[in-house]
Ligand binder design. Structure first.
Ligand SMILES: Nc1nc2c(ncn2[C@@H]2O[C@H](COP(=O)(O)OP(=O)(O)OP(=O)(O)O)[C@@H](O)[C@H]2O)c(=O)[nH]1
Ligand SMILES: [Mg+2]
Length: 467
């Protein structure tokens, strides 16, 4: 549980665990200056603590009887610090026991141990950084590669919060004009004309769409996500590939074994970009081309984030299909193909589904037709769900922002759309205003202007102590 209390003085070891040349003990809160004065013995003048400007001074702290540690003290005595509270850092030799002794001396003077992420939480609560930046701090601390670090640093600089903040300001302006008009209904004074209102709402909607797209692109997981089609020869994989992509890229014939290589197409679902991969039907022919095709099929399937196991609904499952159904890997969707041949509610389909369930498969079963396009929308929904599930198990860091922001952004965009619809259908300004308020609330959640304990727990609970 995060603590929203900022009146006490907190302290923690802020350097990474393990042996390091330098160690840091960080202190922040109202009693920081007083506490530093008591503990710190300056090597130079007595008036080492300037109470107005940040200073750094060399000196010592007595950590035990007869034992002094050499310390560089960095002091931010006013609210011009990271947390916007007086803050000090004791830099000393990176020995864990010595750092702990200094920390316990500081706590004896009335500071309490900081909780994970509490320094950054104070920075957030004081308005110094927004929630997306707080998440970026976490990402910088945890980043494992150069690209991840780059993304995190850009986010820290307000990459996401900036444009969202300006849309929010604009919508706030629109709402103010609308509400001013509501106050003067009797006098028939109009602060904003209908066409102006509509234009402002539509512009905000477009901007929100483009931010959503940026966020989706930023979500490195989604870009590289792979969705693989696999199944018996002739089960309709290539037809489904073409139908989902709206192309004729993959060759379709009535001859089993048509696809002998794998084919990759770009599939855009709910503004997520995915790679859809068609593979050769599983079969055991002894020739070289077929052996290569089978090798590709197996490799593609192993690397997939979501798998569409295609079963031809017009015939009984084959022994190979039965065997596969008993060992389906995670992220699998069973697709019953060619349902146009017997209609969506034919007893044939429920019978087939029962057979599939009897193997213990609990995932989605979707009936589709590549000819009539029946079931393709439900399939698209299941694919995006499978991808989101695959990503959330992948501990992507800035991904927490993406997930949280996407949800609130979707709410905001929907509310702006409803507001525009209400204007078009002349449904009254009260309704438009209430949709606008909903949009503002959702946007506020992204930038952290409005925050709930749940969101704070989610973000700050993941920090390590001392940050
Ligand atoms: N009626 C109907 N026929 C389909 C449908 N999908 C595929 N077919 C037919 O089934 C046959 C095989 O389709 P493909 O898409 O080539 O099947 P595949 O699984 O890619 O086959 P291989 O590449 O040989 O493994 C073709 O004759 C298609 O026209 C469908 O939804 N409805
Ligand atoms: Mg094929």
């Amino acid at each position: 549980m995060v603590s929203l209390d900022v009146d006490d003085t907190i302290a923690a070891i802020a350097s990474a665990p393990g042996p390091g040349v330098r160690g840091i003990v960080r202190v922040s809160g109202p009693r920081t200056v007083e506490l530093s004065e008591t503990l710190f013995e300056s090597c130079g003048s007595r008036e080492f603590l300037n109470r107005m400007r940040p200073t750094s001074t060399r000196g010592q702290v007595t950590v035990a009887d007869g034992l002094k540690a050499d310390i560089d003290l960095y002091l931010w005595p006013t609210n011009r610090s990271y947390t916007r509270q007086p803050t000090a850092e004791f830099h000393l030799v990176g020995s864990r026991p010595v750092l702990e002794m200094v920390l316990s001396k500081i706590c004896e003077q009335g500071a309490r141990l900081a909780r994970p992420g509490e320094f950054t939480l104070r920075a957030f609560l004081s308005g110094r950084i927004d929630l997306t930046q707080a998440e970026a701090v976490l990402a910088v601390i945890d980043s494992s590669g150069e690209q991840e670090l780059d993304t995190a640093l850009r986010q820290m600089a307000g990459g996401l919060a900036g444009p969202l903040g300006s849309i929010r300001d604009e919508l706030m302006g629109t709402l103010a004009e609308l509400e001013a008009g509501l106050d003067f209904v009797e006098e028939d004074i109009e602060f904003i004309t209908r066409p102006q209102l509509l234009e402002q709402l539509q512009r905000a909607g477009q901007k929100l769409d483009s931010i959503q797209q940026q966020i989706n692109l930023r979500d490195r997981g989604a870009e590289d996500s792979r969705v693989v089609l696999w199944g018996e020869p002739n089960s309709g994989k290539s037809s489904l590939f073409n139908a989902l992509l709206g192309t004729q890229q993959s060759i379709v014939t009535e001859v089993a074994g048509t696809t002998t290589d794998f084919l990759v197409g770009e599939l855009v679902l709910k503004s997520m970009k995915l790679n859809l991969i068609d593979t050769a039907g599983a079969e055991e022919r002894a020739d070289y081309v077929s052996a290569q095709a089978q090798q590709h099929r197996i490799e593609q399937q192993e690397q997939a984030d979501a798998r569409l196991f295609c079963i031809d609904s017009q015939r009984q499952p084959t022994p190979w299909e039965h065997e596969q159904l008993s060992n389906l890997p995670g992220g699998c969707i069973v697709v019953l193909t060619k349902v146009d041949l017997h209609g969506a509610d034919s007893p044939r389909l429920s019978e087939l589904s029962q057979q599939i369930r009897s193997h213990g498969f609990a995932g989605p079963i979707v009936s589709t037709s590549s000819h009539s396009h029946e079931g393709l929308d439900s399939l698209a929904d299941e694919i995006s769900l499978a991808i989101i599930n695959a990503q959330s198990t992948d501990q992507s860091i800035v991904g927490t922002t993406v997930l949280r922001a996407s949800e609130s952004l979707r709410d905001a965009t929907a509310a702006v759309r409803h507001a525009a619809d209400a204007v078009i259908h002349e449904l009254g300004d009260e309704l438009v205003a209430s949709e606008l308020r909903r949009a503002l609330e959702a946007l506020g959640q992204v930038v952290g202007a409005i925050y709930t304990d749940d969101i704070l727990d989610l973000v700050f609970g993941r920090f390590c102590i001392g940050k």
